[in-house]
Design a protein around this ligand. Structure first.
Ligand code: CAO
Length: 423
């Protein structure tokens, strides 16, 4: 049995942040019922399409293990169905623009009237305050949450990261909030509102940069490369390039083949505890006792030169050879893996972190499976639903409508055509 078996989720999410959250709940065993607009569905179904007329990878990779019902919640019949879903489900998850659900008539007050046990979970761009009414996308959240200003090189502009910390990161935060609210409900018997603001989630992931902001008041940040180079600090946490955030000097260094392979690099950390092993490995045993190199403070103003010397060594090895040589000595290194290498990595397939899924419209594709492994609640990744594929099944089996009533709802225009997978 899976951890969230028996939990019904009314999934009113779209794009990435909300769907990430409900996909996690589905992988933990919740019955996730995705409500989509008839004929249109989640906008991502049609975004960045690689196979004509098939749901995009953007959609399929974020909506596994869910059921889809199409419903125009702005019609009278549609509202009735929606309210019945609210009465039946345990959790409602949404990430519409602020106020959209209220405009549909589903205020928090109304939801509580319909179902006092309902957990009403939202992603919004910002929490209460000056920007609460803004629509927000990934990169805006990265900028507003402190990630962009602290990412990139000192002499370059702020940078966004490829990791979707604003969308998927917030979805993760929200899932944690929902599961906690479900747990609290066991004793309280009541639902509650759960809000994950994208700015807050990004800031939470940038916690160490707020740490550094406060340390600045007490002097320069001496583990930053900038310090070793004698460049003065301003009044805000600076961009630190590839410095490691934990206080141990680190850098991305070229490996064999870097001239033609954009990912022939390794991350190399000169952790103080293994400095002597680093010296022996790269062929500089004299640095072990040389007072200019032997201690971390003595090395601070020479880090650039030290990493250049280490790079002379890493350039003679592939990134995997660097790993093989350094790992047994506890010298922390990491190959820079391309998405191609990750997609082809057998160990990730074995753990089902990378999963191959079959889809009736697009054939087989790769996805990222459940990233957290529960020994008693294995996640079996199933393809995403076609638009409205489960409309009838949800109306009859979950909400108890008769076949005649379903016909009436259809005639009213409240539900759309159901897409069925070809047999
Ligand atoms: N039936 C009828 N109407 C429906 C419907 C349904 N089944 N599903 C959605 N709608 C309506 C909504 O009611 C809303 O209508 P109104 O604006 O008239 O009230 C409208 O569709 C679209 O909602 P939206 O404003 O949320 O959509 P958008 O594409 O304009 O904005 C986004 C998208 C993501 C910027 C916005 O939803 C948002 O800011 N969300 C919160 C932050 C967030 O999650 N951002 C991450 C986006 S990427 O993961």
């Amino acid at each position: 049995m899976q951890a969230l078996k028996g939990v019904k989720v009314l999934d009113f999410t779209h794009v990435q942040s909300g769907p990430t959250c409900t996909q996690l709940l589905a992988w933990l065993g919740a019955d996730v019922i995705k409500v989509e607009r008839p004929g249109v569905g989640d906008a991502t179904r049609g975004q960045l399409r690689d196979v004509p007329n098939a749901d995009s990878l953007y959609f399929t990779m974020l909506n596994h293990n869910k059921r889809s019902i199409t419903l125009n919640s702005k019609t009278e019949q549609g509202k009735d169905v929606l309210e019945r879903l609210v009465k039946t489900c345990d959790v409602l998850v949404e990430n519409f623009a602020p106020g959209a659900l209220d405009r549909m008539g589903l205020t928090w007050e109304r939801i509580q009237e319909l179902n006092p046990k309902m957990i009403y979970a939202s992603v919004k761009g910002f929490g209460p305050g000056p920007y609460e009414d803004c629509k927000v996308y990934e990169n805006v959240a990265q900028c507003a949450g402190g990630s962009a200003s602290t990412t990139g090189f000192l002499d370059g502009p702020p940078l966004v990261t490829g990791a979707q910390i604003g969308d998927s990161g917030t979805g993760l935060h929200l899932a944690f909030g929902i599961v906690s609210a479900l747990y609290q409900r066991i004793n309280s018997g009541k639902g509650q509102r759960v809000l994950a603001a994208m700015q807050d989630s990004v800031l939470n992931l940038c916690r160490v940069k707020l740490r550094d902001q406060q340390r600045l008041a007490h002097g320069p940040l001496n583990e930053y490369t900038q310090f070793g180079k004698g460049i003065e600090f301003g009044d805000a946490t600076p961009r630190a390039g590839n410095d490691s955030g934990g206080g141990q000097p680190g850098a991305i260094l070229k490996c064999k083949g870097w001239e033609t392979d954009p990912n022939a690099y390794t991350y190399f950390i000169t952790q103080a505890a293994v400095w002597e092993k680093v010296c022996d490995t790269i062929g500089e045993p004299g640095w072990k006792t040389d007072p200019g190199y032997a201690t971390p403070p003595a090395r601070l103003d020479k880090l650039e030169q030290i990493f250049e010397r280490i790079e002379q060594w890493t350039k003679t090895k592939s990134k995997f050879e660097v790993m093989e040589i350094c790992n047994p000595q506890d010298i922390p290194v990491g190959p820079i893996l391309s998405m191609k290498e990750i997609a082809e990595e057998p160990s990730l397939r074995e753990t089902e972190t990378v999963v191959e899924v079959d889809h009736p419209e697009r054939g087989s594709y790769l996805t990222v499976g459940m990233p957290v492994k529960l020994s008693d609640s294995p996640a079996d990744v199933k393809r995403s639903p076609l638009l409205g594929e489960h409309t009838e099944e949800i109306l009859t089996q979950v909400l108890g409508y008769s076949a005649d009533e379903v016909d009436q709802i259809r005639a009213s225009g409240a539900i759309g055509e159901m897409k069925q997978a070809a047999q």
